[in-house]
Design a binder for this molecule. Structure first.
Ligand SMILES: Nc1nc2c(c(=O)[nH]1)N[C@H]1C(S)=C(S)[C@@H](COP(=O)(O)O)O[C@H]1N2
Ligand SMILES: [Mo]
Length: 341
């Protein structure tokens, strides 16, 4: 049984150097990680580190409606789809399938990012039900095929982990707002609460202490209705592999990655701000809103820069709202983002 607590969650550079000290072994197995194994120093905070400044935003993220069903998940990088854009709207190239499926945060399995894929490999994702209820007029239960009545789109989003690493991913899914509209929220519904599966027999990390399982997350209703908030069942045109949150997960690209809850079994409309796993474990470290904000440091590390998990040690500037400010900043016009992080 693995035992860990929120204090084990560290900035990526500490995580990587700790792994190196613990043997360095296994690390080289993942090509994506070799870059992270070299000697590294603490990132300097701010302008002095030579990180490139933000580039101009060309428009909203690329969206492509998918015609057919998703193909089965694969172990190795799937054949490239000639129709898929190879970069996001900023021109940031997509991160490879191998990299995003072998460097994961999924604490139900382990805190070792390189080991999640292996430990999650046999995870049972079918049958699966997602119950949608709470303050709604039409509570509904969906199986995964049933969710696809809301359509299937490919969206290339950046995902920025609170620990300081990031990826660019072609997700397949549909806007959460379509599902929420279908269940017809009552007028007193103000927040949405999400719950991951509780299955300690298959998830060794749930046997440990330090967290209140199951993993839970939440959004304010207007955030959940924002077009960018995506319920995801696939990646790279393939069924989502277990390590990335199969069979269905949320992706909220303007917030730190921990808001993008995996392997969802319940979605409830509620009146009060829901408690969430990370906010409960360490409220001063992981806020409920958790909007990507380079101006507010994590209490234990800077949030000014980040490292793409492919492409070496270079750090780039972290952008307010992860660069999606044009689509989301108006929701927070009244909030002091230095206080409500
Ligand atoms: N249920 C659950 N969801 C989760 C997590 C988790 O541990 N459990 N980790 C979160 C964190 S911290 C990040 S950065 C993203 C990582 O998603 P990825 O592995 O697909 O890149 O998943 C998020 N969703
Ligand atoms: Mo994260």
């Amino acid at each position: 049984m693995e035992r860990f607590s929120w204090r084990d969650i560290t900035p990526e550079e500490v995580y990587l150097s700790r792994r190196r000290v613990l043997g360095g072994l296994g690390l080289a197995a993942s090509g994506a990680l070799v870059a992270g194994c070299g000697p590294r120093s603490r990132p300097s905070s701010g302008a002095a580190d030579g990180a490139p400044g933000p580039t101009a935003i060309a428009g909203p993220p690329p969206v492509r409606t998918l015609a057919g069903p998703l193909s089965p998940a694969v172990e190795a990088t799937p054949e490239p789809d000639p129709n898929r854009p190879t970069s996001d709207e900023r021109g940031d190239g997509v991160t490879s399938y191998d990299a995003i499926t072998h460097y994961n945060n999924f604490y139900e399995f382990t805190t070792q990012k390189e080991a999640v894929a292996r430990l999650a490999a046999g995870f049972t994702t079918s049958p699966w039900e997602v119950q949608v209820g709470g303050l709604v007029h039409k509570p509904m239960t969906f199986d995964v095929d049933g969710l696809h009545r809301f359509g299937l789109e490919e969206r290339i989003y950046r995902l920025r982990c609170v620990e300081g690493w990031s990826i660019v991913v072609p997700w397949d899914g549909f806007p959460l707002r379509k599902l929420l509209s279908a269940v017809e929220p009552k007028s007193d519904a103000k927040f949405v609460r999400f719950e991951s599966v509780l299955r300690p027999a298959e998830m060794q990390g749930q046997g440990g202490v330090g967290f209140t399982w199951p993993y839970t997350e939440g959004l304010r209703l207007d955030e959940a209705m924002n077009d960018l908030a995506l319920l995801v069942t696939g990646v790279y045109g393939r069924t989502l592999p277990p390590q990335n949150g199969a069979p269905v997960r949320l992706v909220v690209p303007w917030k730190y990655g921990f808001k993008s809850i995996k392997s969802i079994v319940r979605i409830d409309l509620v009146a009060e701000k829901p408690t969430t796993l990370w906010n409960t474990a360490a409220p001063d470290e992981y806020g409920f809103f958790a909007n990507v904000n380079p101006a507010v440091d994590h209490p234990r590390w800077s949030q000014q820069t980040e490292r793409r998990i492919e492409g070496g040690l270079a750090r780039r500037r972290t952008l307010a709202f992860n660069g999606y400010d044009g689509q989301v900043a108006s929701m927070y016009a009244e909030m002091d983002l230095k206080v409500y992080y």
